[in-house]
Write a protein of this length. Structure first.
Length: 113
């Protein structure tokens, strides 16, 4: 049974994946303001499973966006090929960085002037 809270639920409250996970590495890149693709992630981590880690982050509450980019190279059948670039919206970056930039000392000073 879950305890009832009289406090309003925060509008935005994602969870962090374990620090040793590849999802955490992807989140770190996204929080740095980068748009990352599968080739980028493979180069940086050796893993080609970026979509799986993005899915985990979305389930944890991170509002990751996808931008489709047409690939410049063509294959024999000449169909257009697209690749996803994953990123966090600027308003989320501002919100997260605004929270993370405060130190404990700043919080204590604000509470007890």
């Amino acid at each position: 049974m879950m305890q009832m809270s009289f406090l309003p639920q925060p509008k935005y409250n994602p969870k962090y994946p374990p620090e040793t996970s590849l999802a955490y590495k992807a989140l770190t890149l996204l929080l740095g303001g980068l748009k990352i693709s599968h080739p980028d992630f493979e180069t940086l981590t050796g893993s080609w499973r970026l979509a799986a880690h993005i899915h985990i982050l979305k389930r944890l509450g991170w509002p990751i966006q996808t931008q489709e980019v047409k690939l410049e190279w063509q294959v024999e059948d000449e169909r257009k090929r697209y690749m996803g670039l994953y990123y966090l919206p600027n308003e989320i970056l501002d919100l997260v960085h605004g929270v993370e930039m405060h130190t404990v000392d700043q919080h204590i000073a604000a509470l007890y002037p």
